[in-house]
Design a binder for this molecule. Structure first.
Ligand code: S3P
Length: 437
């Protein structure tokens, strides 16, 4: 699939009131915890995207009765912490790093052997970051050469609780350790070098599992047990981010994004855009399942380049493709540092975004841990998303301040996190055409 987005339009504004699809991180966890809980869990607002569906299919393959998603509703008949059964085949998680890394922790504590494999992009991503701490706990997990997938997990191991000082700020690594910790003897504590998304900690509590959190450290005591819970999945702030950037850079825009998760470990994008001068307000704030949710209004604004505070980087880690586009449209220079994790996402998001911006005539210089972008005008041309959903959607929004059309190649994976993106964006005013190749 390819997108063609029209640039150079005088009057393209993003307007309306929309709800973007459900939060990917929360959707994954709702399936995992609902499956391991005792009783029936009802999920609403579930993301009907390939990544979260892969997690759902993995648990069905391990004998869990899961109905849906139908209109975002999923019903899970939990089997309890020890009720999963050995799948007939390797578990295939597609493009989803969250599925692979969280499942690695959870499956390390099972009685059966299991293999986890992924698509070409995931097969290049680092897994030693989870297999190393799991080995310290006593788990047996083998990787392919260079610490890459597939992962072969040998069951029936005794896991021991431990204290782990994470070398990188990663919610996936933290979650992997905590999930293995639920099957371990004693307490597992994970300390992170910077605060990362805390959906695992919040949702475990909603499922009745005690999680102790002190500043940068989260602990669970094993063996743990989960009790069924109903989860209302908010709209994904990472998907909302494309519209925040689009509406900021397109003149005359005024858009409302409904029921968006605004967990403070995820709101870096709002804070960064506000520092750049964006006009963003949140209202109607409520709390659902331990997660804060609000409606967000964005109006167009004159953005200016900034030095992005490094403390905000892990809180906006998935939003950088969109933020880079905002920086390319802003007046002056934007400097991003401390973001080396972007190099090991669904693509090398520093290189791929820099290549794409340069192809559109933007002065964007990649560095080891970020980028220096000279803002101003975006031109026209062809960019490659390298099968990375967020790269494709970021460049679609770039058209709103581009002088001509942008052709975006390799857009199939938009369906991993944002099914219906093109249709929804078009309904708000984006001049986007989808070409099936
Ligand atoms: C996620 C954590 C982040 C993020 C990913 C989802 C999660 O990865 O990039 O899209 O659901 O825990 P890292 O924890 O590796 O930074």
């Amino acid at each position: 699939m390819k997108f063609i987005v029209k640039g150079g339009l005088e009057k393209t504004a993003l307007t309306g009131t929309i709800r973007v699809p459900g939060d990917k991180s929360i959707s994954h966890r709702s399936i995992m915890f609902g499956s391991l809980a005792e009783g029936t869990s009802n999920i609403t607002g579930f993301l009907n995207g390939e990544d979260s569906l892969n997690t759902l299919r993995c648990f069905q393959a391990m004998g869990v009765n899961i109905d849906g998603p139908k209109d975002g509703k999923v019903t899970i008949q939990g089997v309890g912490m020890h009720g999963l059964t050995a799948p007939a085949h390797a578990l295939e998680v597609g493009n989803s790093g969250t599925s692979m890394r969280l499942l690695a922790g959870l499956l390390a504590g099972q009685k059966f052997d299991v293999e986890l494999s992924g698509d070409a992009s995931l097969s290049k991503r680092p897994m030693k970051r989870v297999t190393d701490p799991l080995a310290e706990m006593g788990a047996k997990v083998q990787t392919a050469e260079g610490g890459k997938p597939p992962l072969k997990i040998t069951g029936n191991q005794t896991l021991n609780g431990f204290n782990y000082q994470m070398p990188m700020a990663s919610a996936q690594v933290k979650s992997c350790c905590l999930l293995a910790g639920m099957y371990a003897q004693g307490k597992t504590c994970v300390t992170e070098p910077a605060i990362t998304r805390d959906h695992t900690e919040r949702m475990l509590k909603a499922f009745g599992c005690e999680v102790e959190v002190n500043d940068d450290t989260a602990c669970v005591a094993g063996p743990a047990k989960l009790i069924a819970a109903d989860i209302d999945v908010p709209a994904d702030i990472s998907s909302a981010a494309f519209f925040m950037v689009g509406a900021s850079i397109a003149d005359d825009s005024d858009i409302v994004l409904e029921h968006v998760g605004i967990n403070p470990t995820r709101t870096g994008v709002i804070n960064i855009l506000k520092l750049m001068g964006a006009d963003i307000t949140t209202f109607n704030q409520i709390e659902v399942g331990g997660e804060p949710v609000a409606d967000i209004r964005i109006k167009s604004a004159k953005l200016k380049g900034i030095q992005i505070p490094e403390g905000l980087v892990p809180l906006a880690i998935d939003e950088f493709p969109a933020i880079f586009v905002a920086a390319a449209c802003a007046e002056g220079q934007t400097i991003i540092t401390g973001a080396e994790e972007l190099r090991v996402k669904e693509s090398d998001r520093i290189q791929v975004m820099a290549d794409g911006l340069q192809a559109l005539g933007v002065n964007a210089r990649p560095t080891d841990d970020g980028m220096i972008i000279q803002g101003g005008e975006i031109g026209s041309g062809t960019v490659h998303s390298h099968d990375d959903h967020r790269i494709a959607m970021a460049f679609a929004m770039a058209s709103l301040c581009a002088t001509g059309d942008i052709h975006i190649e390799d857009c199939d994976n938009v369906n991993t996190s944002f099914p219906g993106f093109a249709e929804l964006a078009a309904s708000c005013g984006l001049a986007i055409q989808v070409i099936d190749e």
